[in-house]
Design a binder for this molecule. Structure first.
Ligand code: NDP
Ligand code: CA
Length: 330
């Protein structure tokens, strides 16, 4: 309980790290689609009532607003209008992009397709533009999407880009390969959109750190990204040391990833692993704090979702400082 080294309390009563104009707080969260969570996921240890929208919606909003993020990246959003309305009253503006053939649509009483969403604080940030993408695999469109947005800090004029995605789910070597191809397309998309602007690339990648896509992203010479949760406890000098050996850079980062970002029990057993990430540009963004995840005892034996936790994924909250670019000091 309370503040630990390199963490902000999960129920964050501390002032937002985003108060100073160069500071930026990002919240990344797969909120669990209402339609899928209630009718498709098979969370056998979660009480039915806890899975109702009436119960979940306030918990989702509460978790977001308690943390006062400047940028919010969400996946499995099938209640965008609700979030837009509620967050709209709290100074946020949002963008939504649905999956082309969302599995929600095949379930009776759905609330429309699920997709990704980005919200930003409108008094602090100005939207300069955005783009969306249906990710391609071997040049064919898949059912997974991404959104990229270019934002400008009103306080100092500094710009950054944020991109979010939700990659193909499920286990197996072929699916890991497919995710890797989606990742390659994501890199092309985001590089074309962001150019050399500092980047936050986050989402539910549905891939543990040992999967090829993790190395594809961290090893990408075009983007030069690090992983925020892996880097937060490292000295900045260590983070910025140019690595001779990409393989070693990646394997060291893998070792520092948290033990889990999702923890659930389905009929076929318990799943507890790290598949959500916040990747960032370390030479222009300084990672200052990451919100820690609740411990097993806190979560409870039935894991998540539950009356306490509305999603089977935990939110990732990161405090960054956006540094001025070397050329123009802004
Ligand atoms: P994905 O494989 O990416 O998964 C879709 C959702 O299912 C994700 O949100 C994922 O959550 C969740 N999920 C992951 N593992 C399980 C599990 N073991 N049990 C239940 N849900 C899980 O789907 P696609 O977008 O590629 O779409 C394919 C799906 O669409 C098919 O699986 C099918 O259900 C549905 N579909 C149905 C059709 C029909 O006629 N009935 C036709 C076309 C599609 P997370 O990312 O958090 O793991
Ligand atoms: Ca899910």
């Amino acid at each position: 309980k309370g503040l630990k080294l390199n963490s902000i309390s999960r129920v964050c009563s501390a002032p937002s790290g985003g108060e100073a104009s160069q500071n930026l707080r990002l919240l990344q969260w797969n909120i669990l689609s209402q339609t899928l969570g209630q009718h498709n996921d098979g969370f056998v240890r979660c009480p039915e009532e806890a899975l109702t929208w009436e119960h979940r919606k306030y918990l989702i909003v509460q978790e977001i607003l308690q943390n006062q993020p400047d940028v919010i990246c969400l996946q499995e959003v099938d209640h965008f209008k609700f979030l837009q309305t509620v967050l709209g009253t709290q100074n946020y503006e949002g963008i939504f992009f649905p999956k082309p053939d969302s599995p929600c649509l095949y379930i009776e009483q759905n609330n429309g397709p699920d997709g990704c969403a980005i919200f930003y604080k409108r008094d602090k940030l100005q939207l300069l533009g955005y783009d969306t993408r249906i990710l391609e695999v071997w040049r064919v469109q898949s059912n997974q999407v991404a959104i990229a947005a270019r934002l400008r800090m009103r306080g100092n004029g500094r710009e950054f880009c944020v991109c979010t995605t939700h990659l193909k789910a499920r286990h197996g070597a072929l699916l890991a390969k497919l995710r890797n191809e989606q990742g390659r397309d994501l890199i092309r998309f985001v590089k074309q959109f962001a150019g050399d602007t500092p980047l936050l690339l986050c989402g539910d990648f549905n891939a543990e750190p040992v999967e090829p896509i993790y190395s594809t992203i961290l090893g990408c010479d075009l983007l030069r990204l690090g992983s925020a949760y892996a880097d937060v406890k490292l000295d900045r000098e260590k983070i910025l040391q140019p690595s001779e050996d990409v393989g070693e850079f990646v394997s060291e980062s893998i070792k520092r990833e948290p033990p889990y970002t999702t923890w659930k029990i389905r009929e076929d057993g318990e799943e507890c692993h790290t598949i959500d990430y916040v990747f960032y540009t370390p030479d222009r963004l300084k990672i200052k704090n990451c919100l820690e995840f609740p411990a097993g005892e806190q979560i409870g034996k039935n894991r998540t979702p539950s009356y306490q936790y509305p999603s089977d994924h935990f939110s990732l909250v990161c405090d960054f400082e956006l540094l001025p670019s070397a050329e123009n000091g802004g």
